[in-house]
Design a protein around this ligand. Structure first.
Ligand SMILES: [Zn+2]
Length: 487
């Protein structure tokens, strides 16, 4: 039986959806004002693996991941670049979808946008006002009164006073308590017109937290089986969602809270101010991704390496991004693909009674222990290499599909260049400009075949050596076919 670590109870719990067989899962998505970075990649892949495993376990899943398309950062970006809010958000939504496709992340079942649910948000704010949990402040904002909600702090596991100690009240703030947060922001005269909605409190826009209370209830109903998000959302965002939803409707917002761990860069927190900020497209684009195009050409070998890099780590553990770790991930993924290149898989579905599939399942059922599940894949790869069994290779490919891995054609995979090899790192991480392209390589292989045909073995060996010099390894197959791969 599947067990999931619940941030709320701080224990692994047996997973029992409220309606047997049906999972209602809500994950907080992106604020669309910039390109997705590697921390986003981690969140996207982590919950993609979760929903894939729930479905592979025979459950029906309704997976909702929202888009925050109104927010201070979006407004700032729109004003700075002279664009409408909708232009900024459409662009970065398309860019996010391009990143997801590159990483093999399946689209959520529904992807609601905050601006489509302002009416639902105002309904909740009205209920909170009736319940004495919301007040209009002197500056025109409507705030949540945290001291009125007894459960405040239960998710982050902190008492109100401890949480309060970290907060400072801004001078002139109209909040009654430093932890009170904004439900509805009053419009300011200098703000663009497309940031203003009518409300009983005058023109304004919703605070950030209220959108998830509105969208999760409107689309999935309460309680959610799983509510997930990135590590920095536990407090205050998710704490505030609980206060809003449970304060307005009673009951429980979510039975299980899941948070993925942080992604560090060289053991530091990734942040724009530290200058160690990396986007997904910087990491896996074929060449440079154009700065003004949402979509981009992806290097499929590197893109799957990034997914593999994330999946091999347990989703709750901190993960460190460092060049050596990516090289290590690329090498490990190469080993799995090498097995599929050596032995053609038989195309059979997963045999869940096999020892490896059982081990895979036991690992995944233990709070999505993907590193344990990958161990089963490596075992199948050595089986396939050792016994040349098409069935072992077939099981490798079929089980890997559950994790969204190993579905590329192995020969094409190895024909892609990768920046994540020790040699290319030594050259500064760039792909060498004198590297041969596929057309040049094919031409040299044809010339070598012609030389062999003419019994000019010296010339054939010279071409092989020339290719090896350029990092291309040849593999002569029966029937005169020569496969090549980049070392
Ligand atoms: Zn949220």
């Amino acid at each position: 039986m599947l067990h999931i670590y619940n941030t709320l109870s701080r224990t692994k719990e047996p997973f029992k959806p409220a309606q047997p067989g049906q999972v209602r899962m809500y994950v907080c998505g992106m604020t669309v004002y910039d390109y997705c970075h590697l921390g986003h990649a981690r969140m996207l892949v982590a919950f993609d693996v979760v929903q894939r495993w729930l479905r592979a376990s025979g459950l029906t899943v309704d997976y909702v991941r929202n888009i925050t398309d109104i927010d201070d950062k979006i407004i700032r970006r729109a004003v700075e670049t002279g664009r409408r809010i909708g232009e900024v958000t459409e662009y970065y939504i398309a860019a996010m979808h391009a990143d997801e496709r590159a990483l093999g992340v399946q689209s959520p079942d529904r992807e609601p946008r905050a601006t489509q649910y302002v009416g639902d948000m105002l309904d909740i704010i009205g209920k909170l006002e009736q319940n004495g949990l919301a007040y209009r402040a002197d500056d025109g904002d409507v705030n949540y009164a945290v001291r009125g909600f007894a459960g405040y702090g239960k998710l982050s596991g902190k008492a109100l006073d401890d949480l309060r100690a970290g907060e400072r009240v801004a001078v002139g703030s109209a909040k009654r308590d430093p932890l009170d947060f904004v439900l509805w922001k009053a419009a300011k005269p200098d703000e663009p017109e497309d940031t203003k909605w009518p409300s009983p409190y005058g023109l304004g826009r919703p605070g950030w937290h209220i959108e998830c209370s509105a969208m999760s209830k409107a689309l999935l109903g309460l309680p959610l089986d799983i509510h997930g998000g990135g590590p920095d959302l536990k407090f205050p965002h998710h704490e505030n969602e609980i206060a809003q939803t449970e304060g307005a409707f009673g009951g429980t917002l979510a039975n299980i809270w899941m948070h993925c761990g942080p992604l560090m860069v060289d053991s530091d927190k990734m942040s724009k101010s530290l200058g160690n900020f990396r986007t997904i497209r910087q990491t896996i684009a074929q060449g440079e991704a154009a700065a003004d195009q949402a979509d981009y050409a992806v290097n499929p070998r590197e893109a799957e390496m990034l997914r593999f890099f994330i999946v091999r780590n347990h989703y709750r553990s901190p993960q460190n991004y460092a060049p050596d770790n990516l090289v290590d991930a690329q090498n490990a993924l190469d080993r799995l693909y090498q097995a599929l290149l050596n032995v053609v898989p038989d195309g059979s579905p997963v045999d869940w009674n096999s020892a490896q599939a059982q081990a895979f399942k036991a690992a995944m059922d233990d709070d999505f222990n993907t590193s344990g599940a990958l161990a089963a894949l490596f075992e199948l790869a050595s089986d396939a290499n050792r016994t040349r069994s098409a069935q072992a290779a077939g099981q490798l490919k079929a089980l890997a599909a559950v994790l969204g891995l190993l579905q590329q054609d192995p020969a094409s995979y190895f024909q892609c260049t990768t920046r994540y090899s020790a040699a290319s790192l030594a050259q500064g991480g760039a792909t060498a400009s004198n590297e041969l392209d596929a057309g040049q390589i094919d031409a040299l292989i044809a010339a070598r075949a012609a030389a062999k045909q003419a019994r000019d073995y010296a010339e054939a060996d010279r071409i092989r050596a020339q290719l090896r010099e350029a990092g291309i390894e040849l593999d002569d197959k029966p029937g005169g076919i020569t496969q090549w791969r980049r070392a």
